[in-house]
Design a protein around this ligand. Structure first.
Ligand code: FE2
Ligand code: FE2
Length: 269
């Protein structure tokens, strides 16, 4: 095998605990695992809802290279001018074309170019989106002209839709990972035609919570049906995701390793 590229993908980064665990653990993880490029889903970065330009810059300074997004992207409107000009910020490619920003980009690294494509599913998702399968084909005609190393964030609720996207793109992209549901799945694998895959990366944020939010208001909403403010929880921050090792020459994934690191220095295994 020739040059291999280590690409880490981190699941939905939730609030301050999510940002802090990245600041404290990502530099060391990059060194330990020989990681070349880091992608993270940033839809929950700012107080759990959306992303601001200042917080995006902070994440880049901690070692993030590309921030994908999802249905919470427009919750902070300040992100609009930044997403229009900063190629490191992506939003799902299958959103209405009138929306600001872009859904894919190519990044130059010392080991070669890396393409990243951000998609959103349509099953059990509230926001309007075109067919992610057809949109991926349109994106791939552009991306594959520039690089064989292509990462895909499939931001979706339904496991079936995520698995379907993995199978649809098997052999045509380097790897597909799921985001949005915040609970890591244990199905990391290399699909038959060489595409790395995991249904859900899991949350980068506070695990003493319900999907990153304080337990009591969420419980009360389920039980009483009354509206509540869902504040970001604080306890047990962890960084959760998957490390894909990609053969730079073929673009195929040769290694998949699920990652979950707690804020404490002893790695949680
Ligand atoms: Fe999320
Ligand atoms: Fe989401």
């Amino acid at each position: 095998m020739g040059t291999s590229i280590g690409i880490l993908a981190l699941g939905d980064i939730v609030g301050k605990p999510g940002r802090e665990v990245i600041a404290k653990r990502l530099p060391e993880l990059r060194r330990r695992e020989g990681i070349d490029f880091v992608i993270g889903n940033a839809e929950n970065v700012a107080g759990g809802n959306g992303l601001t330009p200042d917080l995006a810059e902070k994440l880049f300074s901690y070692g993030m290279d590309c921030l994908t997004n999802g249905d919470h992207i427009w919750n902070k409107r300040e992100i609009i001018p930044a997403i229009q000009k900063d190629l490191r910020l992506l939003r799902p490619a299958n959103y209405p074309e009138e929306q600001p920003g872009r859904g894919w980009a190519v990044y130059e690294t010392p080991k070669g170019a890396i393409g990243v494509l951000n998609l959103q599913g349509r099953v059990f998702m509230g926001t309007p989106a075109a067919c992610p399968f057809k949109t991926s084909e349109k994106a791939l005609t552009e991306l594959t002209a520039r690089t064989r190393v292509i990462a895909v964030d499939m931001h979706a609720e339904a496991t079936s839709e995520k698995v379907a996207m993995g199978r649809f793109l098997d052999g045509r992209v380097s790897f597909v990972f799921g985001t949005h549901t915040h609970i890591q799945t244990a199905d990391e694998q290399i699909l038959p035609n060489g595409t790395g895959y995991i249904t859900e990366l899991g949350m980068t944020g506070p695990y003493d919570s319900i999907l990153g939010r304080s337990v009591d208001p969420v419980l009360s909403k389920f039980i009483t049906g009354m509206p509540h403010v869902f504040d970001v929880a604080e306890g047990d921050p962890r960084m959760s995701g998957c490390l894909f090792t990609v053969d730079a020459a073929t673009g195929k994934t040769v290694g998949v390793k699920r990652i979950q690191e707690s804020l404490q220095s002893a790695a949680r295994k």
